[in-house]
Each structure stands twice: as structure tokens, then as C-alpha cells.
Design a protein around this ligand. Structure first.
Ligand SMILES: [Zn+2]
Length: 215
């Protein structure tokens, strides 16, 4: 099953993506992780992408599309995969529909969360400098303040997670990504899930949305 999760920054796509992928035994492909890996690898494409990310700007489509294309061509994606953070705009969605991944997507699930809830969630987010693991000062704090449970490295607030940047990201999302809801609704692929419920409930909603894939 080829699935894309849509939703604004902070809606819980990453967490839900991991849960759903475990259940369905398919790879979780996060465009953010792919970009960060590429940046760390020091490749030309990675360094170019990193400059945009450090400014809190969107990475150009051609860079992202190139990375996704390489990733979904790998063998572990044959039985399906879940895309998290891609497509992000109309151009990417059209490329995806036109054979970037075989016959395109089987289902698109939108996780919906209001703006005030998103700002509260994102503002408390901390990221591990070592392994990239995410924490939240209120809902998922590390055992030792400022240190990663998994690898012991220092936690920091990504530029992405500062309030002014959060507002900008939400605005970009509204302008560029939200219109994809209509695009996928017209193709009959879209299912909406309430992302403000408890995480376990959201997971149930997402899995139910995928289960009814032939409806
Ligand atoms: Zn860590």
C-alpha cells in the first residue's frame, strides 16, 4: 500500500507515520529525514538542501523529488511505503501522480489540527543533536533535562520550532499544501482524521482510514 500522510507541521505525522508503518510493515519515508541525511552526507544535493533548511525555507522541489525518487526505487518499497512530508505542493503531487512512484498513491490521509494547538505543540519541541530523536517539554520530556534518553547527546530547539518560524511555516502550509486536500479529494483518495484526539485515538483513525481503502 502506497500512502501519503498530509497535515500541518506539528500535527503528529511523524509519530503516526511510525506507528502505522510498524502495523503495516512498510517503510516510513520522511522527507525531513531524507533531507537531513543528505545534508549530513555532505553530498552536493545535501549541502544545497541544508542552506534552505537553515533559513527556515522550503527546499526546492527538484531537490526533494530527486531524493524521494531514489528512495522509493529501493527494494524495501516494493510492497508499499508511507510518505511523510511529501508531497508538499501541487507540483510535487502532480509528479507523484504521473509515475514518480509506479501507479501513484493508494490513499492519502490528512491529519487535522487547529492553529493554536499546533503552536503550543511545536513551541515545546526539542530535538537531539546526536540522533535526531524528538521530545516535548510538556508531553514527552527526556528523563534528564536537556539530554537525549537514547544517546545522551544535547537537546536543542531547531530554528524550525521557534515561534516566528512556526507561524511562517503554518502560513506556507496553508498556501501551498492545504490546496492538496481538494486535489486528492477529487481523485477519491483523501480521508480526514481528527488530529487533536489522544495519539492512540489518532492512530486508530489513521489505520481505519487505510483499512477502508476500497470504499
Ligand atoms: Zn539522541
Amino acid at each position: 500500500m502506497r500512502v501519503a500522510l498530509l497535515g500541518p507541521p506539528g500535527c503528529g505525522k511523524g509519530t503516526q507515520g511510525e506507528i502505522v508503518c510498524k502495523q503495516l510493515a512498510i517503510p516510513h519515508i520522511s522527507s525531513g529525514d531524507l533531507l537531513r541525511q543528505a545534508a549530513r552526507s555532505g553530498s552536493e544535493l545535501g549541502l544545497a538542501a541544508n542552506e534552505y533548511m537553515e533559513r527556515g525555507q522550503l527546499v526546492p522541489d527538484e531537490l526533494v523529488i530527486g531524493l524521494i525518487k531514489d528512495r522509493v526505487a529501493q527494494q524495501d518499497c516494493e510492497a508499499g511505503f508511507l510518505l511523510d512530508g511529501f508531497p508538499r505542493n501541487r507540483e510535487q503531487a502532480e509528479k507523484l501522480a504521473k509515475g514518480l512512484v509506479g501507479d501513484g498513491l493508494d490513499r492519502v490521509v490528512a491529519i487535522e489540527v487547529s492553529e493554536p494547538a499546533l503552536v503550543a505543540r511545536l513551541g515545546g519541541r526539542r530535538t537531539c543533536k546526536g540522533c535526531g530523536r524528538l521530545y516535548h517539554v510538556r508531553w514527552n520530556p527526556p528523563k534528564i533535562e536537556g539530554r537525549c534518553d537514547a544517546c545522551g547527546a544535547e537537546l536543542y530547539t531547531r530554528d524550525d520550532d521557534r515561534e516566528a518560524t512556526i507561524r511562517e511555516r503554518l502560513e506556507v502550509y496553508r498556501q501551498r499544501t492545504e490546496p492538496l486536500m481538494d486535489f486528492y479529494a477529487q481523485m477519491g483518495l483523501l480521508r480526514r482524521v481528527d488530529g487533536e484526539a489522544a495519539p492512540a485515538e489518532v492512530s486508530k483513525g489513521v489505520l481505519a482510514a487505510l483499512d477502508g481503502r476500497n470504499d
